[in-house]
Design a protein around this ligand. Structure first.
Ligand SMILES: Cc1ncc(COP(=O)(O)O)c(C=O)c1O
Length: 495
């Protein structure tokens, strides 16, 4: 790829791009008939798209071609850009290209974790157990349950201000107890519920000491914290495989990403086979490529998505992840402090950010109000988009709410509970990205105080619908009128 002139970097670049995300100016009509700017606080589910990544990728599309083609100009351009995307990711996560490869797979982290669970199982067929934690998103839990014979869930610690961090002593205990049987440990770098940051290198050191491989779910960390997978001076703390999602890294439409040690991948035949990953195919045999990443990318990849993601990553890297983390920390500290000052608000997980660092997500409840009602009110009255329920992390959410729920409902069985229970068993999550500001937090705090003050009046306007969601009795927005693909197409044809 051509050498870029690094003109604007650091804070200046951050200031330039902070407001250059698609969708920051989107407006909707609220209950009171006013059109206001949407405040997007659902970045942990999917972040907004960085506009320059979209526009540079749109330019690239003039040269789009399949990277398996070779001899025409567009094939050369596409292949060079796609190769650059792999290199870009490797350097972004501090992975030495001699040791690691990067490959794109599926729509998000889920595909990569499934894939690497099968790889780690097959690399060590004599071992039958994976260790994860109860903090994990279902995507870093169920793949291990499906692909491994046994999965052990390390508990979280509830001591010290209700921290809800992974218990390292319990992890070590499990590793010792399972000696010789633990194929790998797979843990998230950042919780998608509390935003708690896990000490992944300490976890890696511990796992390696006991002969287990280490996979890190980077879905919630890669866009928010600096990542250094490889530590040549302290190899035991290095990560064997890291998986993350492009759509959580400011690039919706981009693929999932796996960065993994080549030696593990070379030890077995690739999990997926097909075109592009073989040197030769005869009727009775085929020869798999030894070159990376081709070996791991069967079929035509999501080339534009990978290029868009690598463009985003180039921009994040030019800003500097340390700076980004600091800036996002300021919003997080501001939000936690403001929420703690509202007595009716319960913030889950430790709130002393010194002893319990967090990134991007805060999950909370308002005493006496259902999570679904708060989320509906935030949307309908204040145009604040948040997520509610259990965030695909039932065991962790249950752990944090267990006492309250048990008091009200008795024995808890998430698989067999009433609608009323499900309306209580959940939280509201406000989550942030580079574009989130203290003004956004102010709007959330204002809204929460207003809701608390007028809970009875506002709540009486709502009823529970067939999906067990809260719905305003009269306020309706015609979403098709705002955006509908066929309407957009008809307009294009008519113009
Ligand atoms: C921590 C964590 N891991 C895994 C996933 C799954 O990611 P995806 O939906 O991109 O496959 C998520 C999604 O929210 C997540 O937050």
């Amino acid at each position: 790829m051509g050498s870029a002139k690094k003109t604007v970097t650091g804070k200046a670049l951050l200031d330039k791009i902070r407001s250059d995300f698609i969708g920051l100016d989107t407006t909707y009509e609220n209950i009171d008939g006013q059109h206001t700017r949407r405040i997007y606080m659902d970045s942990t589910a999917s972040s907004l798209m960085l506009r320059p990544a979209a526009s540079i990728t749109a330019d690239f599309m003039n040269h789009y071609s399949n990277t398996h083609s070779k001899m025409h100009h567009s094939a050369h351009i596409s292949t060079a850009a796609y190769e650059w995307a792999h290199e870009r990711v490797l350097s972004f996560v501090g992975a030495d290209p001699d040791v690691y490869t990067c490959f794109f797979t599926g729509a998000g982290t889920t595909a990569g974790i499934n894939r690497m669970a099968r790889v780690f199982r097959d690399v060590h067929p004599e071992k039958d157990t994976a260790i994860i934690s109860i903090m994990e998103h279902h995507s870093n839990d169920l793949p291990h349950r499906k692909h491994m014979k046994h999965v052990y869930h390390v508990p979280v610690e509830g001591l010290d201000e209700n921290k809800m961090c992974i218990s390292l002593p319990k992890l070590e205990e499990a590793l010792i107890k399972g000696k010789g049987r633990i194929a790998y440990v797979s843990m998230t770098a950042v919780s998608n519920v509390t935003g708690i940051i896990n000490p992944i290198h300490e976890i890696a050191r511990m796992a390696h000491k006991h002969g287990a491989l280490v996979m890190v779910d980077g879905a919630q960390s890669v866009a928010h914290l600096p990542t250094q997978m490889f530590h040549p001076d302290d190899p035991a703390s290095s990560i064997d495989a890291l998986v993350f999602s492009g759509h959580k890294t400011y690039t919706p439409g981009s693929p999932g990403v796996v960065i993994a040690r080549k030696d593990h991948l070379l030890a077995i035949e690739p999990e997926e086979v097909g075109g592009g990953m073989v040197d030769r195919v005869l009727e009775d045999r085929y020869q798999v490529k030894n070159s990376f990443p081709d070996r791991e990318e069967a079929g035509t990849p999501n080339i534009p998505g990978a290029i868009a993601l690598a463009t985003t990553i180039e921009i994040l890297d030019r800003i500097g992840m340390d700076l980004l983390m600091e800036e996002e920390d300021e919003v997080m500290i501001y939000a936690i402090k403001a929420m703690r000052e509202i007595p009716e608000v319960i913030v889950y997980g430790g709130t002393d950010l010194e002893s319990c660092p967090r990134a991007a997500s805060i999950s909370f409840n308002v005493r006496g109000l259902d999570h679904g009602l708060i989320a509906a009110l935030l949307n309908d009255r204040y145009n604040i988009g948040v997520r509610n329920q259990c965030f695909c992390a039932h065991p962790y959410v249950k752990e944090m709410m267990a006492d309250d729920l048990q008091e009200e409902f008795g024995i808890i069985d998430f698989g067999n509970m009433s609608d009323e229970f499900m309306r209580k068993a959940g939280m509201v999550r406000a989550s942030f990205g580079i574009y989130s500001t203290q003004e956004d937090v102010d709007a959330l705090i204002f809204a929460l105080k207003d809701i608390i003050q007028n809970a009875e009046e506002y709540g009486s306007d709502y009823e529970v619908n067939a999906d067990n969601d809260y719905e305003h009795k009269t306020y309706r927005i015609d979403h098709d009128e705002i955006f509908c693909i066929t309407n957009a197409l008809d307009k294009y044809i008519a113009d």
